[in-house]
Design a protein around this ligand. Structure first.
Ligand code: NAD
Length: 472
């Protein structure tokens, strides 16, 4: 076994790991980055955010072409060339990941393809993809190994049962698809398959889609997705699955105990993800895990082993790429001796459905949970010129405001492009803006961003495009 050493080793090259490695190199550290894939990218670029967004773009074009009928532009039913669509999606992934490969070289980072396990708190064994086994000694390590899908127990072995990774391969367009789980992945990939032509059934065990998000925005989303999905089973659990000649027979149990069964061409399981904290040799370090198998970390993302930091999905919820990247940069700055801490006031979350749902900071649901008094300023998109010209008036923008200080504590949006709009909310919360800061900032007309300004105006009962005076 050959032996080498590095100042910083980063294990896992997803958006957490590569962002950390790149900043560390920029700060002058000698960096080694380890991952099994050809280039950096991780789940997000290879098997998650990027390929799913490429497919969602195709889905959006399909739905817009169909909806154009409403204003007198009638396209014939589109032909879908699945091989070409898959190739385009793969090209998008290839372009982004190979770009990261170039950045690795430009920054003179040593990139090793392989699987690393800790031998102790200052060395790793790496089983390289090439077959060789090496030992790497390090001064500091950042662990960024991400997460993997949770599967239902006792599933029959069948390629008709997909997780998010296999669903992104779009091997075919199943005639009927059961989506188990009405969260991020289920709704995003359900939207893709629905627009491609599958009959979608969603089964969700809680009373509503996207548990945890504000119910009024989820209701708007639900009304829209009901138009493209053929069935939505809430408060329902899957109790069993069996393969048949033509598909998967699934049995369900509703909250009232009623049992049902139906057959589907394929099934997608999207019931959450769990941290990749197994099989890393953590038992040879002083790293501790919590009861949910997340690594215990300090505000600088230092683990209970002082030489090792942990970031991203393994360091706790929310399991989002942009949270991982930020944590990675914080950990590197801490290693460089800078005075930093991971203390965001507003981590944005975006569900890329149609319409999109996005939120940051405090939501109404969270405020109610914490018994925290808030005022909510709302602007319905039916009164937005831009939303109406897009034929998408169903959206809603909300600002969550502290009644005592009038500070903006959070923002919640549902509507087309909500994922782009939420960045303004993040800035407002992080900068400690009061609601009049947003009211007094001129927003361009006609844009959806005006709905944020008009929400702020509505807090004072003075929104130009809705009449909602404050009750005296
Ligand atoms: P999720 O937590 O978003 O949703 C899982 C859903 O499955 C929940 O609604 C849950 O109530 C339901 N569920 C759980 N067990 C069930 C069962 N046995 N039967 C029926 N329903 C069940 O998880 P996900 O959609 O798998 O996504 C995993 C994570 O990946 C997300 O939490 C998110 O952090 C990340 N992600 C983010 C994005 C994005 O940022 N746009 C997109 C995809 C994934």
């Amino acid at each position: 076994m050959s032996n080498s050493s590095t100042h910083l080793v980063v294990i896992g090259a997803g958006p957490g790991g590569y962002a950390a490695a790149f900043l560390a190199a920029d700060l002058g550290m000698a960096v080694t980055l380890i991952d099994e894939d050809t280039n950096p990218g991780g789940v997000c670029l290879y098997r998650g955010c990027i390929p799913s967004k490429a497919l969602l773009h195709a889905a959006k074009v399909l739905s817009e072409a169909r909806e154009a009928k409403n204003f007198g532009v009638d396209f014939p039913e589109p032909k879908i060339h699945l091989d070409q669509l898959r190739q385009w999606k793969n090209n998008v992934v290839g372009r982004m990941t190979s770009g990261l490969g170039v950045l690795v070289k430009q920054r003179k980072i040593q990139y090793i393809r392989g699987k690393a396990r800790f031998l102790n708190s200052s060395s790793l064994q790496i089983n390289e993809t090439s077959g060789s086994v090496t030992q790497l000694n390090f001064a500091t390590a950042i662990l960024a190994t991400g997460s993997r899908p949770i599967l239902l127990p006792n599933l029959p072995a069948s390629d008709r049962i997909m997780d998010s990774t296999s669903a992104l391969e779009i091997k075919d367009i199943p005639q009927s698809l059961l989506v188990v789980g009405g969260g991020y992945i289920g709704l995003e990939l359900g939207t893709v398959y629905a627009q491609l032509g599958s009959k979608i059934t969603v089964v969700e065990m809680t009373p509503g889609l996207i548990p945890g998000a504000d119910r009024d925005v989820v209701q708007i989303l639900s009304r829209q997705v009901e138009k493209i999905f053929s069935n939505m089973m809430l408060n329902t659990k899957v109790t069993g699955m069996a393969t048949t000649d033509s598909g998967i027979k699934v049995t369900f149990e509703q909250e009232d105990g009623q049992k049902k069964a139906a057959e589907f061409s394929k099934v997608l399981i999207a019931i959450g993800r769990k941290p990749n904290t197994q099989d890393l040799g953590l038992e040879h370090t002083k790293i501790q895990l919590d009861s949910r198998q997340f690594v215990k970390v300090s505000p600088t993302r230092q683990t209970t082993d002082k030489n090792i930091y942990a970031i991203g999905d393994i360091a706790g919820e929310p399991m989002l790429a942009h949270k991982a990247s930020h944590e990675g940069r914080i950990a590197v700055e801490a290693i460089a001796g800078h005075k930093v801490a991971f203390e965001p006031q507003a981590i944005p979350a975006v569900v890329f459905t149609d319409p999109e749902i996005a939120w940051c900071g405090l939501t109404e649901t969270q405020a109610a949970k914490e018994n925290r008094p808030v005022k909510v300023a709302k602007f319905p998109w039916g009164a937005s010129g831009r939303a109406v010209t897009l034929d998408r008036p169903e959206g809603l923008t909300k600002l969550i405001i502290d009644p005592a200080t009038e500070r903006v504590l959070g923002m919640v949006v549902v509507g087309t492009g909500a994922g782009e709009l939420i960045a303004e909310g993040v800035l407002a919360v992080e900068m400690g803006s009061v609601v009049s800061d947003i009211k007094l900032s001129i927003h361009p007309h006609p844009t959806l961003s005006e709905t944020i300004m008009e929400s702020a105006e509505s807090f004072f009962g003075q929104s130009t495009h809705i009449y909602r005076p404050i009750q005296k």
